[in-house]
Design a protein around this ligand. Structure first.
Ligand code: SF4
Ligand code: SF4
Ligand code: SF4
Length: 214
């Protein structure tokens, strides 16, 4: 137990920073030269505006769609209803909440015989979750966003057997900010709402003040 506390102190504090930084990364967009743009809904037309490759929707967004993970029941429609070919909704790992569990309910199918990284043991249909050994008995789980389809299976598993550190979020570097979001229209739990672009993310179970400082 002492080891666990030490681990939580060392790695999870680091994880908090990593997770928050990651979310901070969602709030910035790249211009065509690959440089970061600080646009967060208040584009004031910088000196690169004539060559900027951001979509018009990204330029002028004053408000965005937000997914409230506390309302989400992981129905699967975020994966199928988005207008994007690969959904703009992705699983986000809130490292600050993660227990770095060996037996991770978001990574492993519930009925496996042995804990291993074998493809048949993994809950994710696209193998989008990477498992990395940290130190006995802790493992870190990372989402490969390019593979994530936003199906929510891992989120459901983590909520049922873990502490809910895996959460679905609308990723605003991918979302084209439809006036009428087709997921919102079809969401059975009304988890989508329109919010100011300056505070696009709502995390469940974490101090929101820490994310506002990003
Ligand atoms: S449609 Fe709504 S309930 Fe279903 S996975 Fe998406 S946010 Fe969750
Ligand atoms: S289980 Fe679904 S939501 Fe979770 S990482 Fe895999 S594709 Fe994404
Ligand atoms: S606003 Fe459009 S692109 Fe964004 S999540 Fe909804 S359907 Fe997908």
């Amino acid at each position: 137990m002492q080891d666990r506390r030490k681990f939580i102190h060392t790695f999870v504090r680091g994880g908090l920073l990593t997770g928050v930084t990651l979310l901070g990364g969602f709030l910035v967009l790249r211009d065509k030269d690959g440089e970061f743009c600080g646009l967060d809904g208040h584009c004031s037309k910088c000196d690169k505006s004539s060559t900027c490759s951001l979509s018009p929707a990204a330029h002028f967004r004053q408000s965005v769609w937000q997914l409230d993970p506390s309302k989400c029941i992981q129905c699967g429609r975020c994966a199928t209803e988005c207008v994007m070919t690969l959904s703009a909704v992705k699983c986000t790992h809130v490292y600050a909440m993660c227990g770095y569990c060996d037996l991770c309910g978001g990574y492993l199918k519930p009925d496996i015989k042995t804990i291993s990284t074998a493809a048949e043991n993994q809950l994710c249909p696209t193998n989008a979750i990477r498992r990395k050994y940290i130190e006995e008995p802790f493992f870190e789980y990372e989402i490969d966003e390019a593979l994530c389809i936003g199906c929510g299976k891992c989120v459901k598993g983590c909520s049922a057997f873990g502490n809910g550190s895996l959460q679905l979020q609308v990723r605003h570097d991918r979302c084209v900010n439809c006036n009428e979001c087709s997921i919102a229209r079809n969401c059975p739990s009304e988890a989508f709402s329109r919010v100011p672009a300056s505070s696009p993310y709502l995390l469940n179970g974490i101090d929101q003040d820490s994310t506002k400082k990003i």
